[in-house]
Design a protein around this ligand. Sequence first.
Ligand SMILES: *Cc1c(COP(=O)(O)O)cnc(C)c1O
Length: 380
Amino acid sequence: MRASEHRPTQAIIDLGAIQTNLKTIQEHYSEDIITYVAVKANAYGHGAVEVAKAALDVGVEGLFVATVDEGIELRQAGITNVPILVTGLTDPRGIAEVFDYDLTLTVSGIAFFEKAVDQLTTTQQRHLLDKELPIHLALDTGMGRIGLQKPEEILAFIKGLEAYPWVRWEGVFTHFSTASGGPKDYIDTQWERWQDLLKVVPEEVTYRHHANTAMAYLTDDYPTDIARIGIGMYGIDAEDRSPDPYGLVPALSLVSAIIYVKEVDPGRFISYGATYKTQEKEWIATIPLGYADGWFRRYQNFDVLVQGQKCPVVGRINMDQLMVRLPKEFPVGTTVTFIGQNSGQSNHVSDLARVADTIGYEVVCGISDRVPRVHVNVRQ
Ligand SMILES: *Cc1c(COP(=O)(O)O)cnc(C)c1O
């Protein structure tokens, strides 16, 4: 979808805030830990290429994405000479692109390599195997998502790898499921399994890593070679139990403006389903933002900010528009802030997540491609 530039709705992303957050997070963990940043899902809605470049400018060692296509987007934007780890599993039929774009793959077993060889043989591209394919092996210590679960499986993987000399086994990683929410003691259950599995991983495998943002806050107790930083650098809390401990700065604002305003008589209905009825003479403004932009119907009870005042959304949120009740008449063109600061008031992603019974990740990932991203650099 092409971004809609001809209306006042914009996501404004402060790259300086992202850089500051990264530095703040890094200051709190050991200098031995290297940092990869999560720019999957268009950098959590913040703009993958711009965020990747901003993070590289402050010296992060690697990037990671969920899919090969996300990696290709970064390479095509001229981001070279930095590792890009694809943390999701990849269809072996895409192996040629993986080589062409110099991506590091995650595998969950040996089967991938055999299928990749078949694919390159069928398409007469076996010469690509003159290059090396860097890989990280996923280990499942209790997330139940991807990865090998048992030492025996790793030993079989080691044996199987002998047939694939073009594979460079660079890392192993796991993912903790309760670092930010859920039973805390489960962290130790996973940690013990992780230690057990690592015992059979060969010395030559350089990187052993497990830390997303919430675990990166705990690396004094749970050390890692790589911290995989996502949500924290965007200045958003990782769920209930892991509020940001360092005063990180939200990087994204979502703003629009009044495009229509009118005074409505008492007893009139607003929007689909006639769920809202005016009680008195009310000033009702229309804003060009709706659920197709990622402002979902379940955000109904979250007030927006106009001239530093909280204003309720009245009636259902539409696909492209919504209505708010103003305390008095404000002119067309007045800024409306959905996320971010407005005359001393602020709406935080976490507040919205709470009202909508979700997590901040889903809020920012939900902002659709129709909303133009505007990158600024305010905070140094
Ligand atoms: C997305 C992701 C992360 C980053 O998680 P945050 O909670 O945003 O820091 C880390 N590791 C893996 C494997 C991921 O998929």
